[in-house]
Each structure stands twice: as structure tokens, then as C-alpha cells.
Design a binder for this molecule. Structure first.
Ligand SMILES: Nc1ncnc2c1ncn2[C@@H]1O[C@H](COP(=O)(O)OP(=O)(O)O)[C@@H](O)[C@H]1O
Ligand SMILES: [Mg+2]
Length: 244
């Protein structure tokens, strides 16, 4: 469904993403891990259209979207959450989630009232019912993340990119959250790409495939179990023993 071919993004002299190729299939759950600064967010920004790469191509369902701006990608079914949530603070949770319905794959197909109904459904799914009519600016960080996930789901996307979606959450909440998201994604055949800095049990444990980024380059791309046993992964997180 999504294919990146030799994608490179530079910021001045720094190569943030270096010749990365990868494929995501329909309904697949992929974990992308890598230390801080390894290029995860930049990769997301390339897939969602915030940045255009200097080299390489991005294909979604065989359409070359390398130079599509974000507002042309969302209606194709590419949803995302942000590392730092920025809700419309004075709007309610319900209104924030409804925005996803208005600008996602249903764009121009649903009116405001229908978008609100879709938001109500999604709010139930992510467990934000008691906060539905509160201003989003007053939510806790975890509730803001849930609102973002809700907004992405309301887009009725084919692919959701979650940037550090679980950071700042308690491990128990993470387990529950990932299980919930995975269940919804499976039901609706949505591909999920979750990016996290650390090898989080919940994210990595439920992913079918793990991709490891290091200094902008992809160093591992394998089924989860195999990826975690790869000596390169250990090296990236723990360093190399001195004698070698
Ligand atoms: N807008 C930017 N301008 C300059 N450098 C950037 C910008 N965005 C990211 N970088 C740099 O690119 C590298 C990768 O960053 P990032 O994609 O945010 O990594 P991650 O999300 O894995 O922590 C880092 O060295 C970072 O400082
Ligand atoms: Mg990041």
C-alpha cells in the first residue's frame, strides 16, 4: 500500500533520513524504533507531506505522492498523530475529533452534523465519553493523545502513523492503549505504523514487523522476533562491548 524508495532528507549538512526504502501492507502493524534523533519524525513528515525529500519517491497505492502537500494526502487515507499534540484548544473534544471526519477520506461527503455523529462513535471507541464536551486545551497529556488518535480514526484512514503516541504514558496504560488501537485497526483493516524511541514491549510486542532507524538509515527491517534478536539492535541501544 505504501512504498518508500531510497528516500533522503537533509537539513543543511545533516542527513536526517538516509536512503530509506520500506513497504507497508494493508492492515499491517509495523513498529519503527530508533534512538532520539534517528530520523523517525522526519520520516513521518515525509510520508504525511510536511517535507518533500531531496531524493527518492513515496508511493501510496501506486500513486506517486512524493510532492503532494498534506491536505492532498489525508483524503487518500493517510492519517497521523503528532509527537507533541496540538489540539484546537478552545474547541471541544467532540469538535476536534469531528475535524478528522471532515478532512479525511470522507471529505466533502459528510456535513458537520454527520461528522459530529462519527466523532461520537469514535469517542466511545477510545474511551473519552466523559470528556466529550470539554475544551481540548484543558485535557491531560494522555487525554490529548487519545483525542489525536480519535481524530486520526475519524478520518476513516487506510494508514495511521503514530509518532511517539505512547510517550509519557504509564506502562499499564500503554499496554491497554496499544491493545485497543490494534483491535480497532484490525476491525477496520487500517495499517498502523507506531514510532517509538525505546523498544516498548507493548508496541514492539504487537507489531508484525519492526524497522530500526539509526542516524537516519534503516539498519533492520524484519519480522518482530527476528528484529529484536538482531545484534545491530542491541548495539544501537546499548553500545558495543569495549574489547570489540
Ligand atoms: N526542521 C529541522 N531542521 C533541522 N534539523 C532537523 C529538523 N528536524 C529534524 N532535524 C534533525 O534531524 C535529525 C532527525 O530528527 P528526528 O526526525 O526528529 O528524529 P527522531 O524523531 O527519531 O527523534 C536530528 O538530528 C534532528 O536534529
Ligand atoms: Mg521524533
Amino acid at each position: 500500500m505504501l512504498r518508500l524508495e531510497n528516500v533522503t532528507k537533509r537539513f543543511g549538512g545533516l542527513i536526517a533520513v538516509n536512503q530509506v526504502s520500506l513497504e507497508i501492507s494493508q492492515g499491517e502493524f509495523v513498529g519503527i524504533v530508533g534512538p532520539n534523533g534517528s530520523g523517525k519524525t522526519t520520516l513521518f513528515n515525509i510520508i504525511s507531506g510536511v517535507y518533500f525529500p531531496e531524493e527518492g519517491r513515496v508511493l501510496f497505492e501506486d500513486t506517486d505522492i512524493t510532492r503532494f502537500p498534506p491536505y492532498k494526502r489525508a483524503p487518500l487515507g493517510i492519517g497521523r498523530t503528532f509527537q507533541i499534540p496540538r489540539p484546537f484548544s478552545s474547541a471541544t473534544v467532540r469538535e476536534n475529533v469531528a475535524v478528522g471526519a471532515m478532512f479525511g477520506t470522507l471529505r466533502h461527503k459528510v456535513g458537520v452534523d454527520e461528522s459530529m455523529e462519527i466523532a461520537d462513535e469514535i469517542i466511545k471507541q477510545v474511551g473519552l465519553e466523559e470528556h466529550r464536551d470539554k475544551q481540548a486545551g484543558g485535557l491531560t497529556p494522555v487525554e490529548k493523545k487519545l483525542t489525536e488518535i480519535g481524530r486520526a480514526l475519524a478520518m476513516k484512514p487506510k494508514l495511521i502513523l503514530m509518532d511517539e503516541a505512547m510517550s509519557g504514558m504509564h506502562p499499564n496504560d500503554i499496554d491497554q492503549m496499544v491493545a485497543l488501537i490494534k483491535r480497532i485497526a484490525k476491525e477496520q483493516n487500517i495499517a498502523m505504523v507506531a514510532m517509538v524511541e525505546h523498544i516498548m514491549r507493548a508496541v514492539v510486542g504487537m507489531a508484525e514487523k519492526v524497522i530500526v532507524l539509526y542516524q537516519g538509515a534503516k539498519i533492520v527491517d524484519a519480522p518482530t522476533r527476528e528484529a529484536l534478536q538482531d545484534p545491530k539492535v542491541v548495539e544501537v541501544y546499548l553500545g558495543r562491548p569495549k574489547e570489540t
